[in-house]
Ligand binder design. Structure first.
Ligand code: NAI
Ligand code: MG
Length: 499
């Protein structure tokens, strides 16, 4: 998911613990009712800044997914959502946007506690972004047109664009609410019903979102929320014979499993997966802007961003100076308490990610890369990792090939423009890329040559809900955002009428 740093705004009450958390264990939303998992099992949601348990959450599995699918199927077939007039559906989506804004402080606090991201960023980027998604998609129900065909006079043929049916939405933990909304809003706009599965690391905002949907008046069974683990809740969705479509954001590894599981009933699948995005600084670039933006591009959200600009390419004769400036700029990334308004980087989301990223720090050193800042394990409570810059990185090293998903930059030298493009494209991923240059022809030439679903020129991480977003190569397929996501959540019917 792309990111834009918005102006900071104070959160009114970061100390008050939301009543939502006290009401534990949290339950599953099935058919408009909050219910415990059939197994009675729960799991802990952990605050990654303190390692304290926030609350207990129902552990849904296959039996609960089956119930949720039944509820979603019933809601779909009775047409209480898909057959609701498009104006009315649009108004309901606007109401959801209003409620997300009404509860913005609470949602931001829940997100910050559950994920570890700074609460100011949670509010300005995640929660505001979620409201913006609903505002944008509220305009779509009234604009999903079919076509009439210039047929032979004896026949009238036209197309209808209809919902897919029951959709499974499986989302990750890096932007929990925003990812859930990025799929739910267009799926609802197109008239589908759904089962939403948040990541086990960050279930809270999806559950609060479920309450908001009911408050807005979304009919029961239209959106069901199943919390639980990947194997279990997630895999049951991917395999389910009565789910028509799965939309997934997460690791490339699990994306492949989902595609395999979908074969049983030939589910429609869209996948938004990992990345190892090149950020190419050509020698004629505005170096101040390039350095400062590169730092944000790789460290924002503690590097837990699918489009993170993790491979920073700099021409060989400028390389040392740039690395020095990158290192200086990285020092300003204040790391600490996510609830403090001055914090730029919070902890990583989980112990698993903490261990994984620390392991990559060791791998990088063993591979012979030079640490210019960070690079050492932080001790004490919380899953904090310091911003780390590796210099003298070769594009063949593991730290340049594998998605680390932590605050780790790899600075790689290049010879000339062509070499930068070749190295930039030399990756199994293709989610995003950036190029910095003052030469307009060069900018467009390089943008064309880069094999990525999004290319930024002289900026990093801009996004727009009206623009398509998705991957080349093993970064997945399908485009979310704009009119393109409407294709993912609808199917086309051709009708022939004898005249
Ligand atoms: P993951 O891909 O396992 O988790 C993402 C979602 O998939 C979660 O909701 C999880 O419960 C679900 N899931 C897991 N296994 C499943 C299965 N067999 N069937 C259906 N659903 C399943 O990601 P994980 O393990 O948390 O992170 C590992 C790496 O994945 C990260 O280090 C990062 O490189 C990458 N990742 C990429 C993301 C992106 O935005 N593209 C987001 C999260 C992780
Ligand atoms: Mg996993």
């Amino acid at each position: 998911m792309a990111t834009t740093q918005a102006a900071s705004e104070k959160i009114t009450s970061v100390t008050a613990i939301p009543a939502f958390i006290k009401d534990s264990p949290k339950k599953l939303l099935i058919g408009g009712k909050w219910v415990s998992a059939k197994s009675g099992k729960t799991f802990e949601s952990i605050n990654p800044a303190t390692e304290a348990v926030i609350c207990q959450v129902a552990e849904g599995d296959k039996a609960d997914v089956d119930e949720a699918v039944k509820a979603a199927r019933k809601a779909y077939e009775t047409g209480k959502w898909s057959a609701m007039g498009p104006h009315e559906r649009g108004r309901l989506l606007l109401k959801i946007a209003d409620l997300i804004e009404k509860y913005a402080d609470e949602l931001a606090l829940l997100e910050s506690l559950d994920n570890g991201k700074p609460v100011v960023q949670a509010k300005n980027i995640d929660v505001r972004g979620a409201a913006a998604q609903f505002r944008y998609f509220a305009g779509w129900p009234t604009k999903i047109y079919g076509e009439t065909n210039p047929s032979d006079p004896s026949i009238f043929s036209y197309t209808l664009r209809e919902p897919m049916g029951v959709c499974g939405l499986i989302v990750p933990w890096n932007f929990p609410l925003l990812m859930a909304v990025q799929k739910t809003a267009p799926a609802l706009a197109c008239g589908n019903t759904m089962i939403l599965k948040p990541a086990e690391q960050t279930p809270l905002t999806a559950l609060r979102f479920g309450e908001i949907l009911l408050e807005a008046g979304v009919p029961e069974g239209v959106v069901n929320v199943i919390t639980g683990f990947g194997p279990g809740a997630g895999s049951s969705i991917a395999e389910h014979p009565d789910i028509d479509k799965v939309s997934f954001t997460g690791s490339t590894e699990v994306g492949k499993l989902i595609l395999q599981a979908s074969a049983g009933n030939l589910k429609r699948v869209s996948l938004e997966l990992g990345g190892k995005s090149p950020n190419i600084v050509l020698p004629d670039a505005d170096m101040d802007a390039a350095v400062n933006t590169a730092v944000n591009g790789v460290f924002f959200n503690s590097g837990q961003v699918c489009v993170a600009g993790t491979r920073i390419f700099v021409q060989r004769d400028q390389y040392e100076g740039f690395v020095e400036r990158l290192t200086q700029a990285s020092r300003k990334m204040t790391i600490g308490d996510p609830l403090s308004p001055d914090t730029r980087l919070g902890p990583l989301v989980s112990k698993e990610q903490f261990d994984r990223v620390n392991n990559y720090l060791e791998i990088g050193k063993k591979e012979g890369a030079r640490v210019t800042i960070g690079g050492e394990k932080v001790s004490g409570k919380g899953y904090f990792v310091k911003p780390t810059v590796f210099a003298d990185v070769d594009n063949k090293m593991k730290i340049a090939r594998e998605e680390i998903f932590g605050p780790v930059a790899a600075a790689i030298p290049f010879k000339d423009e062509n070499d930068a493009i070749l190295q930039g494209n030399d990756t199994t991923y293709g989610l995003a890329a950036a190029v910095w240059t003052r030469d307009v022809s060069r900018a467009h030439r390089v943008a064309r040559a880069l094999k990525a679903g999004t290319v930024w020129v002289n900026n990093y991480g801009s996004s727009d809900v009206a623009m398509p977003f998705g991957g080349y190569k093993q970064s997945g397929f399908g485009r979310e955002g704009g009119r393109h996501v409407i294709d993912l959540f609808t199917q086309i019917k051709s009708v022939y009428v004898k005249l």
